[in-house]
Design a protein around this ligand. Structure first.
Ligand code: ZN
Length: 468
């Protein structure tokens, strides 16, 4: 069980030792679990944020009536009326293709919506208006531009000889927080005293170098985070009550408060650990989404991450024998996720906004640029929380919080395995130009290769698709 689930679990957003748990803990005398409740695995408690697949549907008993008004952790009740603006903007054929090629995870379960010959009827979970119906168009036409703040490459003003990324507004989201938060967010890696790399610090450096290169090509660039501090104003101590509530609703009625001295699942099932996760993983992304959607309003967001394989105990981490890369677009929604009304709304909002039509070809161009700049092989998922999409071996669809709630195309990058020994040694050196001696060879900066790959892909995409 450990092998595959451990490796895959850590592929997006890295080795969080705590995330590497898939065991349903046995009820203990101190925290009895009522027989009628099936506890979620620790990793299911905050769904959509990690790689644990839901259990396969093995001859399920007749399901009780589903509660369709639930929200994801810290989720906001959606305004379902917003979907009305998509009336007659998409054909049934286009809708079914998008669902099949991007948004479905292939589960055979009945979804909380039903198809009619000329429309889709979605269950909202709202007792006052339990359904919303979106009529299909009889012929293809895009939604009105006023309904979205982002522009496709084909909608950019003609270049007329200006720098190639002129007018394009690119937001760069440096994944995680880094700095003094790296240990709490389990993104701190050190193989020897006095040295360490932190994913959130590396992504910020990468973002700063990338921003300058894109600006030099004419782009307007915004950083979603520009320092080693959270964007959210909330802290774990503000999230104690929702953390406790989450554990109780997940079948752990008397959770322990603090994780001092605890490891493994016991640590994950404490109010303290859940409140920290709600802080750095959920509240932080909601705050960034608010900034992206209401203030930055970019044409595209590039989410920068560095990947890792399971490194075990953070005080004695293990090297991984290989490094790899993949690029994520939004999609692959699991039934357990779609039971939450905000998640369901956000999926339909993305689908009808046709974000996938811009996201996939841009992701493919960036993946090609990064493949040539980094020479990394493609990562291969073996779990059902991700699905391969399109024709480029590096591209997967996943339902992540960031690529779901940022209301524009999002390309989410996962190159390099930080605990691959040579990669780790390169990353310790930070950003540099040219080559320097690493592990007995002259090597380029991994950060510089990352940036060159992204720039190459973004440039190729806009040069091919925007009016000259
Ligand atoms: Zn990450």
């Amino acid at each position: 069980m450990r092998g595959n689930s451990l490796v895959v679990m850590l592929t997006c957003c890295v080795a969080a030792p705590g995330m590497a748990q898939t065991i349903v803990p046995a009820p203990t005398p101190t925290s009895p679990v009522p027989a009628a409740v099936t506890p979620l695995t620790p990793s299911q408690i905050i769904p959509g944020t990690n790689a644990v697949p839901p259990a396969p549907p093995i001859a399920p008993p007749p399901a009780p009536p589903a509660r369709l008004d639930k929200l994801s952790p810290l989720g906001i009740k959606p305004d379902w009326l917003r979907l009305q603006s998509f009336h007659q903007t998409m054909t049934r054929v286009e809708f079914e293709a998008a669902m099949r090629d991007f948004y479905s995870d292939g589960s055979p379960m009945t979804p909380p919506w039903k198809m009619e010959p000329d429309g889709v009827v979605i269950q909202t979970g709202d007792p006052i208006k339990p359904e919303v119906r979106i009529a299909f168009s009889s012929r293809a036409e895009s939604p009105l531009p006023s309904m979205r703040t982002w522009r496709r490459a084909s909608e950019m003003p003609p270049l007329k000889g200006r720098p190639p990324l002129s007018d394009v507004h690119i937001a760069i989201d440096p994944g995680h927080i880094g700095g003094g938060y790296a240990q709490i967010e389990e993104r701190y890696l050190s193989f020897a005293p006095g040295e360490a790399i932190q994913e959130g610090t590396l992504t910020l450096t990468t973002a700063q170098v990338l921003a300058e290169r894109l600006k030099a090509l004419g782009a307007y660039v915004s950083l979603v985070r520009d320092r080693l501090d959270p964007v959210t104003e909330l802290r774990p101590s503000d999230l104690i009550t929702p953390a406790r509530q989450l554990l109780i609703e997940s079948g752990f009625p008397q959770p322990q408060e603090n994780y001092n001295g605890l490891t493994g699942d016991a640590k994950l099932l404490t109010v303290q650990w859940q409140s920290e996760k709600l802080f750095y993983r959920v509240s932080e992304i909601h705050a960034r989404a608010k900034k992206v959607n209401t203030s930055i309003k970019p044409d595209v967001v590039l989410c920068l991450h560095y990947n890792a394989e399971a490194w075990g105990d953070a005080t004695a981490p293990q090297f991984s024998p290989m490094s790899h890369m993949h690029v994520i677009v939004n999609g692959c929604y699991a039934p357990i996720e779609l039971a939450q009304q905000d998640v369901r709304f956000e999926m339909f909002n993305r689908l009808f906004s046709r974000m996938h039509e811009e996201e996939l070809p841009l992701a493919e161009a960036i993946a090609s640029g990064m493949r040539s700049a980094t020479e990394l092989p493609a990562y291969v998922y073996t779990t059902n929380n991700a699905r391969h999409v399109g024709t480029n071996a590096y591209i997967y669809a996943r339902n992540l919080l960031a690529n779901r709630i940022y209301e524009c195309p999002v390309v989410y990058l996962e190159p390099f395995v930080m605990n691959h020994e040579e990669t780790y040694r390169r990353l310790l050196l930070g950003h540099y130009l040219g080559r320097t001696l690493v592990a007995g060879r002259l090597q380029t900066s991994a950060i510089e290769d990352y940036v060159r790959g992204v720039v190459k892909g973004v440039l190729a995409y806009y040069q091919k698709r925007r009016p000259l």
